[in-house]
Design a protein around this ligand. Structure first.
Ligand SMILES: [Zn+2]
Length: 404
């Protein structure tokens, strides 16, 4: 470890108890999304904590569904003013628990166990302490860290990151963006795009006794969905040039019929049968072109079958990538190595990341966090405390290097 890295790491390690305490308090805010509850409460905890750490937080609250008067919260914190800028970006919503006990985090054997510890309340704590270390140790020169904490990453980011983009709150001149997603200390310099849709197949309902007068939407659906099997196979055979994580596949993954169903009763010809298509597309693929491709396959099959279909796109999130030739990507790897003494690992994230909102503006953007991908969203989600501390030190060092 370099001397500067050791200095930063010592500052972080001295605050290990405070960091663990904050992770546990954040986990206790029940920010399950869907449905998106407890978010304002959690935003308030974050705001107070950022103020305490000298990170001058401001909180923006708005109701995205006034009819239900649900309030969502986000935090933003310009830590100090300056010309050079790096974004630390996190989300404090979590996926629904398997067991309510997951909201009571347990600290055991150097790990914290509970919902959101890996994805990504633990990561947020690393970012806040990394930013606080950089500020307090005077590592930022005339630069600044801006922290964006958003509330709806698990359901598409429209209200959080989408709001930031739509209101020009992301400065394209920023030097870099980091998000503390559960990369297991790999550097996710690229992430897949997501395309999800529902296909409704329409028929004509009638009682089984007069079935000959009906149009069976289920049987039409079988014909419409069938050619998509070959499409999914073709896509999985198209490999990315980016290195993928251990146990991950290099192809684009498409699930046909993750959800399917319809009809009103067993003795009625079904009026409507639906199925979903959900894909995670490699950065090399053009997601708009693939949407058109899938639509053509469905429409051709529907025409051949005489079926009446409608297609509803429910998610379209482009991929994100910052090439390894970008010196900022190398700089982050060097910072990780300075702290961990291990060679930097670069990987393509198998899911989609909020990095896309930044990389679309040309900002080098990375997922880098302490949690593990394979435990996130599961019943045994946990994060190692030592990893939280290492990652916090890398954040501070990276900000320092960027501002030099
Ligand atoms: Zn996450």
């Amino acid at each position: 470890m370099t001397e500067r890295a050791a200095h930063i790491q010592a500052w972080i390690d001295e605050r290990a108890e405070q960091m663990a305490d904050l992770v546990i308090r954040l986990v206790a805010c029940e920010t399950e999304n869907p449905p998106g509850r407890g978010l304002a409460e959690c935003a308030e905890v974050l705001r107070e904590e950022m103020d305490r750490l000298g990170l001058s937080a401001s909180r923006s609250l708005r109701s995205n569904r006034p009819a239900r008067s649900r309030t969502r919260g986000s935090c933003a914190a310009p830590s100090v003013t300056g010309n050079k800028l790096v974004y630390f970006h996190g989300h404090f919503d979590v996926v629904p628990v398997q067991d309510r006990a997951q909201f009571t985090a347990q600290r055991r054997d150097g790990a914290i166990i509970g919902r959101g510890t890996a994805d990504m309340k633990g990561g947020i704590v690393s970012m806040l302490y990394g930013a606080a270390a950089a500020t307090e140790l005077g590592l930022l020169g005339d630069g600044r860290i801006v922290i964006h904490l958003v509330c709806d990453e698990e359901t598409g980011s429209a209200v959080g990151s989408g709001y930031l983009r739509d209101h020009d709150l992301i400065d394209p001149a920023a030097l870099a963006m980091m998000t503390a997603e559960q990369s297991g200390e790999a550097i996710w310099n690229a992430a897949k795009g997501a395309l999800s849709m529902r296909v409704d197949v329409h028929g004509r309902p009638i009682h089984v006794g007069q079935a000959f007068k009906g149009v069976n939407s289920f049987l039409h659906m079988l014909k419409v969905a069938a050619p998509l099997e070959a499409y999914a196979k073709r896509m999985s055979d198209r490999h990315t040039a980016y290195p993928v994580g251990e146990g991950e596949a290099p192809g684009t993954m498409v699930v046909i019929g993750g959800q399917s169903g319809g009809g009103s009763n067993f003795n009625v010809v079904p009026a409507r049968t639906s199925f979903t298509i959900d894909g995670r597309f490699n950065p090399e693929e053009n997601i708009d072109a693939e949407l058109e491709h899938i639509t053509t396959i469905i429409n051709n099959a529907a025409r051949d079958a005489g079926a009446d279909v409608s297609i509803h796109v429910t998610q379209l999130a482009p991929a994100a990538d910052t090439p390894l030739t970008d010196p900022i990507a190398r700089l982050l790897g060097d910072c990780a190595t300075a702290v961990t003494a291990a060679p930097a690992r670069y990987e393509l994230c198998a899911g989609c990341l909020d990095t896309r909102w930044y990389s679309q503006l040309g900002i080098p953007a990375f997922g880098y966090g302490a949690g593990r991908f394979d435990v996130s969203h599961g019943p045994d989600e946990y994060v190692e405390e030592a990893a939280l501390h290492r990652v916090a030190a890398v954040y501070a060092l990276f900000a320092n290097e960027l501002m030099r």
